[in-house]
Design a protein around this ligand. Structure first.
Ligand code: HPA
Length: 268
């Protein structure tokens, strides 16, 4: 079964409910293995990957993003919608708000965040002028508008390594840098997806105010509780968006620089 469309679920998003004829597989890649569910949504094949593993046993700094993205690529996936829980740095982004992310700041220090780590003496600098696929973002926005689901169209996601939450001083600094929401997973995933030539978009759910803005200490429980309230909605938004997407990609996500010629070419 050729699978072109995929969902990556985060905290509280482990169940591909709504998919029919679900089968599971472990895909072996040169970076490690990835566990992926495959099923049908209204006859369209969809792959579903939970980045924290079944039941949240992989902490953010241990996620093998390279294996996950390489496995999707190996399946033939070209479009990916990723869900994340985030803390809010802005008063107006209250708990329960859905945000289509359009920029990121990468504050992670982790390794394994690139497919281009100098192997074969190949040095590659990927363009991130448009970090998330504009076509996927548009279809996400259109589906939510059509369904009259409130959302915020655009926001900057800053990624920390985790697994700890941030200090109030960090949050103040991030806020000055222009970040709107904070989470522990998005940047490496978005970077690798683009390096792999995949269309990738992120829909974030605000689950709490960030440290120092929240009136109380942060807990994972709070994050999980908000996610469980919205998960059915997010699942439906993702699947309906994947269903609505036309076959043609009208973006530059798969366009790469030709390093011999110094030009850009289609090279997914
Ligand atoms: N910080 C980092 N990651 C998060 C948060 C947060 O406040 N909320 C949900 N994921």
């Amino acid at each position: 079964m050729k699978i072109e469309r995929a969902i990556i679920g985060g905290t509280g998003f482990y169940d591909p409910k709504l998919l029919k004829e679900v089968g599971e597989s472990t895909i072996e890649t040169k970076y490690g293995n990835a566990y992926i569910l495959k099923g049908l949504y209204k006859k369209i094949p969809v792959a579903f990957l939970t980045r924290h593993g079944k039941d949240h046993h992989i902490p953010p700094h241990r996620i093998n993003h390279r294996a996950n993205i390489a496995a999707l690529k190996e399946l033939g996936v070209t479009r990916v919608l990723a869900g994340t829980a985030v803390g809010s740095l802005r008063e107006r982004l209250t708990s329960g708000t859905l945000v289509i992310i359009d920029q990121f700041i990468d504050y992670t220090k982790g390794e394994n965040q690139t497919f281009y780590d100098g192997e074969n003496s190949k040095v590659v600098h990927t363009d991130f002028s448009e970090p998330y696929c504009p076509q996927l973002r548009k279809y996400l926005a259109d589906i939510m508008t059509k369904k009259e689901i409130p959302f915020v169209n655009g926001g900057t996601y800053i990624t920390t390594d985790g697994p700890r939450y941030e200090t109030p001083a960090e949050i103040r600094a991030f806020s000055c840098w222009g970040a709107d929401v904070v989470g522990m997973t998005n940047a490496p995933e978005a970077i690798l997806a683009r390096e792999a030539g995949l269309c990738y978009a992120n829909l974030s759910l605000v689950t709490n105010y960030a440290a120092g803005i929240s009136a109380h200490p942060l807990t994972h429980q709070e994050v999980v509780e908000m996610m469980s309230k919205k998960i059915d909605l997010i699942r439906e938004i993702f699947l309906e968006t994947l269903l609505a997407l036309p076959a043609e990609r009208d973006c530059l996500c798969s366009v790469k620089e030709d390093y011999d010629l110094g030009q850009r070419k289609d090279g997914c």
